[in-house]
Design a protein around this ligand. Structure first.
Ligand SMILES: [Ca+2]
Ligand SMILES: [Ca+2]
Ligand SMILES: [Ca+2]
Length: 311
């Protein structure tokens, strides 16, 4: 009897192995790429000549939308990421030969740090914009950020509910995504959202021009600084300081100020996207495996990064 059970178990094992062999192999999730900590404070001026950007790994934003793993023959954009205990930093560069940037005319943000939004699509205009989808590890909740050559910025908190959830198919969730446009990235005390742009020089040495197609531009570089608190990071990474003495305190202390965030080791998916209104292939992005469709629905395919202390 015992022998029969053993033989049956072995046969079942063989069938299972055969079934597994017939399944398409699931690709292993790629190892997160390191993002290095800043070695000193930086001024957000849009210039990528700082040591942190020289040491940061380059992220190619050259994958052609809808063509899995296929890179553009010419560079479209490069993104770089860095961090410290208060901020995520994004640096990027475009190579656009005709810069177009259109503002929404509407401002958002906290008092003292309000910023104009940017249009991402305008009928009859060849709008350019760079986008970042930043998740703190959850594929259903994340920020979508748009930025352009005129230093205009949108920040949209996106929520994707399960398909069988009533809100998924409600008016709150167009195309299955709830776009919270009116939300904005919050400052944390003295730690504020900042961004800046530098237009790259043209062949004649003068800066590229925005919304003037009589010349040949070379693109621009940009920096965006986002407080960790704004992005929705885990609260157990937060610390507090005594507002008077600057000494570490617990969160029940009345006169407290934001302390350093303990961010080392955090893994976060970030997708970078560049839109060039002049290009036949309008969208390029940074994911080697994204299939197409809504970027929002493909968070599992966004490249992942891990915050590390240094190279
Ligand atoms: Ca363009
Ligand atoms: Ca917003
Ligand atoms: Ca121009």
């Amino acid at each position: 009897m015992r022998r029969t059970i053993c033989v049956l178990a072995a046969l079942a094992g063989l069938f299972l192995a055969a079934a597994r062999a017939g399944e398409p192999a699931k690709p292993e999730p790629s190892k997160p790429a390191p993002v290095f900590r800043l070695t000193g404070a930086i001024t957000i001026d849009g210039k990528l000549d700082k040591p942190c950007w020289k040491q940061a790994q380059q992220v190619r934003v050259d994958y052609i939308f809808g063509k899995i793993g296929e890179l553009s023959a010419e560079p479209r954009a490069v993104a770089k990421y860095a961090w410290d205990e208060h901020y995520l930093y994004i640096g990027y560069e475009t190579f656009d030969r005709n810069l177009v940037a259109i503002g929404t005319g509407e401002k958002q943000g906290p008092p003292g740090n309000r910023r104009e939004g940017c249009e991402i699509s305008v009928e009859g205009k060849k709008v350019d914009v760079v986008e970042f989808f930043i998740s703190l590890g959850d594929e259903s909740f994340f920020w979508e950020i748009h930025h352009n050559a005129a230093n205009q910025l949108n920040d949209i908190w996106c929520t994707i509910l399960p398909r069988d959830h009533p809100v998924y198919s409600s008016t709150m969730s167009t195309w299955g995504i709830h776009f919270a446009h009116q939300e904005y990235l919050q400052d944390e005390g003295a730690y504020t959202l900042a961004m800046a742009v530098q237009l790259k020089p043209k062949a004649d040495g003068k800066p590229s021009t925005v919304n003037d197609d009589s010349d040949v531009d070379t693109g621009y570089t940009a920096e965006i600084r986002i407080p960790w608190a704004a992005l929705g990071v885990p609260r157990d990474r937060q610390t507090w300081l005594d507002a008077d003495t600057g000494q570490p305190v617990n969160q029940n202390t009345k006169k407290r100020a934001p302390g350093p965030w303990k961010m080392e080791g955090l893994v976060l998916p970030i997708l970078a996207v560049v839109q060039d209104g002049d290009s036949k292939d309008r969208y390029h992005h940074s994911s080697p495996t994204f299939k197409g469709g809504w970027f929002h629905m493909g968070a599992a395919e966004w490249p992942r990064y891990v915050l590390t202390n240094g190279p």
